[in-house]
Design a protein around this ligand. Structure first.
Ligand code: PEP
Length: 249
């Protein structure tokens, strides 16, 4: 069975005052056991400090975006190489908030993923439909198109897919267990079709209002290999409760 990955996305939240929560998560990660990988993706300003704090614990640190180039005249941007240098081992790419706020296309996400893998990072590539697309019966096709455009043909061991229905992020709403299972099954089929054997080893995370109260059910579904957690990753108690739920699966 695949090791579960529980990754927290702090988004644009967190200053030095919040490092105590991260310290508690790093300490708690020691109890996660060998079946669960625990990761926090703080804003870029905290990566270096959080990585220093996590040293000697099982907690991994990730970024939330990177540029497609490793250096150059791109004011305000951060490259994958810089994230790795600061202590990150992964980066979230193509989150729906970046696709919406910064107009990131599938092609842009793919270029960033290639840069991330080449810099030695794991690329966590986000896909997911809007509520209107789900209501129109287009969810599976839309996610497939995002996979077609966003996932590079590179080392599968450096790729993770996060299925995050846009309408479930930060809303308290989640798809039914059947809908999550159907989407993850569809994504698994796409991965094995495109990347053959390697596709069966790529973790597929669910993200969107995962909380301590629903984590156990979601994480028990076939092809749900972990979670990408926003709001509930900001408090150590909530996040570690989700890690504990993953441990039982
Ligand atoms: C996210 O933004 O990746 C996310 C899953 O957020 P939340 O858990 O708050 O819905």
């Amino acid at each position: 069975m695949m090791r579960k990955l529980i990754a927290g996305n702090w988004k644009m939240n967190g200053t030095a005052a919040d490092l105590g929560e991260a310290r508690d998560i790093a300490d708690g990660a020691r109890d996660a056991g060998s079946d669960v990988t625990v990761m926090l993706c703080p804003p870029a300003t905290l990566i270096d400090r959080m990585a220093g704090m996590a040293a000697g614990t099982p907690l991994l640190i990730g970024g939330q975006d990177c540029h497609a180039s490793q250096t150059g005249a791109h004011t305000g941007d951060i490259s994958a190489r810089m994230l790795a240098d600061a202590g990150a081992s992964a980066v979230i790419l193509g989150h729906s908030e970046r696709r919406a706020d910064h107009g990131e296309s599938n092609g842009a996400v793919r270029a960033k993923a290639e840069a991330a893998v080449r810099a030695g990072l794991t690329a966590i590539i986000c896909v997911g439909e809007t509520e209107a697309q789900r209501d129109a019966g287009e969810a599976l096709a839309l996610v497939e198109a995002q996979l077609d455009g966003s996932v590079p043909q590179l080392d599968p061991s450096r790729l993770v897919i996060a299925y995050e229905p846009v309408w479930a992020i930060g809303t308290g709403k989640t798809p039914t267990a059947d809908d999550i299972a159907a989407m993850h099954h569809h994504i698994r089929g796409w991965l094995t079709g495109r990347l053959s054997a390697g596709g069966s080893e790529i973790a597929i995370l669910y993200g969107g209002s995962m909380k301590p109260g629903n984590a156990a059910e979601i994480l028990s579904l076939a092809d749900v290999d972990g979670g990408l957690i926003g709001g509930a990753s900001l408090k150590a108690a909530d996040f570690l409760a989700i890690v504990a739920a993953a441990k039982m699966k």
